[in-house]
Design a protein around this ligand. Structure first.
Ligand code: HXC
Length: 257
């Protein structure tokens, strides 16, 4: 692949993106953001690709935003350039993205993992929002997404003390969907991504969109949104195929129509 800070590999219908700045524990600088946005745009646009996995190294998913890049910035620069706003585009990727997290997912690294659709944690994963130790705060959505994921008590404690949460606690608290052995987390994520990529593409988009709506709407508006999308799926050829395949006891053959 032609990126500076990430490796992109296509494994059949799964796009595997590996953060690759080992000398900085995959700290997220502007180049990583540019590379990830380009890779995710290409993934979304490629009809052969159904699900992505974002991962780091066994030692670090990502140890945060790049402190050395931010160190000398003042308020005027940060505000004028709306520093970190580009990460919002990552969350507008329409197809699903799984975070496979080994080692440190700290600060912006934890925030990037939470921008993905779900987190598979390796047993050595460590999540944290330690920005307060640098006299700053989360800036890529961590205070909001962590609170929604694990509730106020744990999110507040983690943001105020900077303490890390291990994989077992992350799973109990609802931050990670599952914990698997570190040596297997990438393969397990790719396998899970392949399962998702094997579903009818429009149903995948709709399911992601409606779960995400739960974070933006009231219950009644969210249920209404779900129902309309559900109704809409009955206008697809793949719904006819999926239900026929079930009745005929065979796998569905999707057209994405
Ligand atoms: C830049 C980083 C970095 C980071 C690590 N490195 N994290 N560089 N930005 N966030 C670099 C180190 O400087 C070092 O480079 C190399 O990676 C290896 O790190 P070590 O510290 O030597 O490794 P270790 O002793 O194993 O400690 C691992 C660690 C520690 C516990 C993860 O690196 C650490 O605390 N990192 C910072 C974590 C953090 O505060 N993250 C939040 C960042 S702020 P050299 O050149 O010395 O070998 C953030 C903000 C969002 O994300 C919003 C705020 C505006």
């Amino acid at each position: 692949s032609s990126y500076e800070t990430i490796l992109v590999e296509r494994r059949e219908a799964v796009t595997l993106v590996t953060l690759n700045r080992p000398q900085a524990l995959n700290a997220l600088n502007s180049q990583v953001l540019d590379d990830l946005l380009a890779a995710m745009a290409a993934f979304d646009a490629d009809a052969t690709q159904g699900c992505a996995v974002v991962t780091g190294s066994e030692r670090a998913f990502a140890a945060g935003a790049d402190i050395k890049e931010m160190q000398s910035q003042g308020f005027a620069d940060m505000y004028a350039h709306d520093f970190f706003a580009g990460w919002d585009r990552f969350t507008r990727t329409r197809k699903p993205i799984i975070a496979a997290v080994s080692g440190y997912a700290l600060g912006g690294g934890c925030e990037l993992a939470m921008m993905c659709d779900f987190i598979l944690a390796a047993d050595n994963a460590k999540f944290g929002q330690p920005e307060i130790k640098l006299a700053v705060s989360p800036g890529m959505g961590g205070s909001q997404r962590l609170t929604r994921a694990v509730g106020k008590a744990k999110a507040m404690e983690m943001c105020l003390t900077g303490r890390m949460m291990d994989a077992a606690e992350a799973e109990r608290a609802g931050l990670a969907s599952r914990v698997v052995q570190a040596a297997e987390v990438v393969e397990e994520a790719v396998k899970t991504a392949a399962t998702i990529a094997g579903m009818a593409p429009l149903a995948v988009l709709a399911n992601k969109e409606m779960v995400n709506a739960a974070f933006e709407t009231s219950l009644s508006a969210g249920v209404q949104f779900e129902r309309r999308l559900f109704h809409g799926l009955f206008g697809t050829a793949d719904q006819k195929e999926g239900m026929a395949a079930f009745v005929e006891k065979r796998p569905g053959a999707w057209t994405g129509k």
